[in-house]
Write a protein that binds this ligand. Structure first.
Ligand code: HEM
Length: 546
């Protein structure tokens, strides 16, 4: 069957200006850290007056989780992909493929079989739920393919065979995601509620089943399900934020009173998301997470700025080689692996409350102005890539790799953490990203009003700070989880049970020396510094001193 081209696909025939017809979500730059066309040109975003949720694929009942059941398996013509995924994952814990070619023959023959699959045309996937499932299956296959290979030399890129890469690239363009596993693949589109015929609801139809995993472990399933529970809890918060924006439009006395009440309720809902995040502690085994599950998530940038990246073979690769458009064909593409940092929910809180995560000189920068006449606060969390960040990134790209740099140290200008949240936007489904863009450019944002009325309406200012305090508590709870699941695990050797599942026979060395500063997140961030900054930026947004 011939390879598909997105132009031939039924969903490619959308009217111009439709949000799904916006340009691809990921840049063609092998370093992937640039903003996308649709971000860089806000004029391309749909001009809608309210946060009419359906326009952004945000369901009023389920938030960023789809309003109808996710597809559990692709139709028959795509059995070869689904079968390859079943074969990779196995049916019980320990019988799937292992990291780094753990079993040798099994991984080698699976890789050979996948590389020789026909390159299927995706035209038969004629609606979004099918395309989403295809993205999940192909992205899981890609990660299996890369990470079950015997450990490669650190300098050569991993290759993704055309049988996967061509349909993955085509599908990615249509769902508006990069060709890699994302939070949407592992969480949003990868779970089913107790009763799949009814919309997900935290109270009476919670997420219950995970569709695809790498390891068949309960820990992996729960890692995705607990994140999905956060999303389900967030649906009510999104509805509240929409109500707040309606009141902001009116901004009369009654509206300000209502706004105060809604902000207090928002704080309760944000606390709920934080409490659900803490459920990771009881539902997921940290050791299994760190040693068995997380390595599968690694993306093309996992080893920091010097990562060799992944080569997507097939038409795109050949076209690059022929045209030599932007990079030597042997340069791998450095997409990041999945991270809950890609959840649109927390970004939405940040944008709505105007938490500023842009890079700053902490010594020189004054605190946010509380002068009501000051120019409106720039919403830095989402919109156009700030010029200084673009410059810093260009500088980082131009700079030769520093062989003496400790892992985890930043690129020149500290651009890595400054741009992480912005970069993560590229890993969200395009409609969700567009939703955030719209939220960030809303004509009547919350913070300037709170600043302007802070003295006359102290209850409003306190309620605003209360919501920020809840967001800070979320980040504190999240940091505790990260500490337990990553930092503590990095300091320990895996137990005999986990070593057996990894196929490691050698006795480990007694101690591991870990530079906590050098630990990186899945998205490539220098972990601790980045998370602390996110938390501190949240407090900095508060407008009262109490
Ligand atoms: C075992 C559970 C979890 C672990 C180990 C974990 C780990 C991490 C790591 C390592 C980062 C740094 C960024 C990167 O990926 O490079 C991060 C960021 C982030 N994570 Fe998690 N995470 C977990 C659960 C969650 C959950 C349930 C949520 C809620 C939706 C969440 C939301 C975020 C957000 C929003 C960020 C960006 C930083 C911020 O805004 O404060 N995480 N996480």
């Amino acid at each position: 069957m011939a390879a598909d081209h997105p132009i031939d696909h039924p969903l490619a025939a959308l009217p111009p200006g439709h949000f799904l017809a916006l340009p691809p979500t990921f840049s063609n730059d092998p370093n992937t850290s640039l903003s996308t066309t649709s971000h860089a040109a806000p004029g391309l975003a749909p001009n809608v007056a309210s946060l009419a949720a359906a326009d952004f694929d945000v369901d009023v009942r389920t938030g960023f989780l789809p309003g109808s059941a996710n597809v559990a398996r692709l139709p028959a013509p795509y059995d070869v992909w689904e079968d390859a995924l079943d074969a990779a994952a196995g049916t019980r814990v320990g019988d799937g493929l292992r990291l780094n070619g753990g079993r040798g023959d099994k991984e080698m023959s699976w890789r050979a079989a996948v590389a020789s699959l026909p390159t299927l045309d995706i035209a038969g996937l004629n609606d979004l739920p099918l395309l989403r499932r295809a993205h999940i299956v192909l992205a899981f296959l890609t990660h299996f393919y890369v990470h079950c290979a015997p450990a490669a030399t650190p300098t050569s890129p991993h290759t993704v065979p055309a049988s996967i890469s061509v349909p993955l690239l085509a599908t990615s363009r249509l769902v508006g995601l990069p060709p890699i596993l994302t939070y949407a693949d592992t969480v949003l589109w990868n779970v089913l509620p107790e009763d799949p015929d009814r919309p997900t609801n935290l109270a009476n139809n919670p997420p219950e089943r995970t569709l695809a995993t790498f390891t068949n472990t309960r820990s992996e399933a729960m890692f995705y399900l607990v994140s999905a529970e956060c999303e389900a809890a967030g649906a009510a918060a999104l509805a509240l934020m929409r109500q707040c924006l309606d009141e902001l439009f009116l901004a009369d006395e009654l509206a300000l009173r209502r706004l105060t009440v809604y902000l207090r309720q928002l704080a309760v809902l944000i606390d709920r998301v934080g409490d659900i995040t803490l459920r990771m502690n009881t539902e997921v085994d940290p050791e299994e997470f760190y040693h068995l599950i997380r390595p599968w998530f690694r993306g093309g940038d996992a080893d920091g700025p010097g990562s060799p990246g992944w080569l997507f073979l097939g038409t795109e690769h050949e076209a690059h080689e022929a045209e030599n458009t932007f990079a030597p064909a042997s340069a791998g593409r450095k997409f990041s692996g999945p991270s809950a940092g890609q959840s649109s929910l927390v970004h939405a809180f940040d944008i709505f409350l105007t938490v500023d995560h842009s890079e700053r000189d902490e010594e020189a920068e004054p605190a946010p102005s509380d002068d009501p006449d000051a120019p409106p606060i720039r919403l830095n969390a989402v919109p156009v890539l700030p010029e200084h960040v673009a410059e810093a990134e260009a500088e980082a790209k131009a700079a030769p790799p520093n062989p003496h740099a400790r892992p985890g140290t930043t690129a020149p200008g500290g651009a890595v953490e400054a741009t992480f949240l912005q970069r993560m936007l590229q890993y969200m489904p395009l409609p969700h990203r567009t939703f955030l863009l719209h939220l960030s450019s809303h004509p009547t944002p919350l913070r300037p009003l709170v600043l302007a009325r802070k003295d006359t309406h102290p209850a409003l200012a306190n309620a605003y700070d209360g919501a920020l305090a809840a967001l800070r508590r979320f980040r504190d709870k999240h940091m505790r989880v990260v500490s337990r699941f990553i930092i503590q695990q990095a300091r320990r050797q895996p137990s005999a049970r986990v070593r057996a599942l990894l196929g490691q026979e050698d006795e480990p060395e007694e101690e591991i020396e870990v530079h906590v500063d050098g630990l990186r997140g899945t998205g490539g961030t220098p972990l601790i510094r980045f998370l602390k900054r996110c938390r501190d930026n949240t407090s900095r947004a508060m407008v009262t001193s109490s």
